[in-house]
Write a protein of this length. Sequence first.
Length: 94
Amino acid sequence: MALDASALVPDETRLAELRAYMRVTWTEDDDLISSLYGAAVSYLADADILPPSQPDRKALYDLAVNGLTLNFYERRAAEVTGTINSQMEFGLRL
């Protein structure tokens, strides 16, 4: 089952939930957060993890999307420690 393009764009309610989860109190990064949300949903879909049809699984799916979106947001640039560069880590570490 392929994702509908609308699944890659959060509605206003979902965007507000993401901002709250990420502790972002400003709206200037809404476009970036929306783009990272789409990347997180796509990442999960590529791993055959699609939005659940059962309502009781939605919270767990949303938590995974939130975690990925936050990770992408916090690590949107390469980290430099002294002379060591580290690239962005992908995926969830539980």
